[in-house]
Design a protein around this ligand. Structure first.
Ligand SMILES: [Zn+2]
Length: 166
């Protein structure tokens, strides 16, 4: 089992909550699917540093991830940059999106940081559509026919992560 540290670098309250949820829910999925990675917050080991970047527009539902990997494809260190905030269009105008939607964006970038480069399906889909909740907490992202949260990893993604980390 490899511990991978997730460091939250001065990101706001919504992103902090979303990243903590992403770490917890990804760990549960990794354990259930037999992927030998455990994410820790403020731990040790190879580190994914998460920060926000004003150059990434908040209407986007993705961030930017740069990872340095070793000869086996394992991440040595990575930097994830997220939009400062996520927004969603509603009938009464644009508002900030809730933590659930933010969790999906953060988890997607964390899985990229773990060496999953391509876009496939479910959490690692190329294209996701915003689905407005009755309240911000109910906002979700839709990949194909699947809305998240809860986070879902495709069999391809599980296979790819196992090839790297198991
Ligand atoms: Zn991506």
């Amino acid at each position: 089992m490899t511990a991978v540290n997730v460091k939250l670098d001065g990101i706001g309250g919504v992103w902090s909550a979303a990243c903590k949820d992403a770490v917890k829910d990804l760990n549960a999925l990794f354990q259930r699917k037999g992927i030998n990675v455990k994410l820790t917050l403020n731990g040790s080991g190879p580190t994914i540093t998460i920060k926000t970047d004003p150059a990434i527009v908040g209407t986007a539902v993705h961030g930017k991830t740069r990872a340095e990997i070793d000869g086996r494809g394992r991440m040595l260190r990575a930097e994830v940059r997220l939009p400062v905030k996520l927004t969603i269009n509603t009938p009464s105008g644009i508002r900030d999106a809730g933590a659930g939607m933010a969790e999906v964006v953060a988890a997607h970038e964390i899985v990229h940081a773990l060496g999953h480069t391509p876009h496939t399906s479910l959490l690692m889909a190329q294209t996701m559509h915003k689905v407005m909740g009755n309240r911000p907490a109910g906002d979700k992202l839709k990949a194909g026919a699947t809305t998240m949260p809860p986070l879902q990893l495709s069999d391809d993604t599980v296979k790819m992560l196992k090839e790297i980390w198991n």
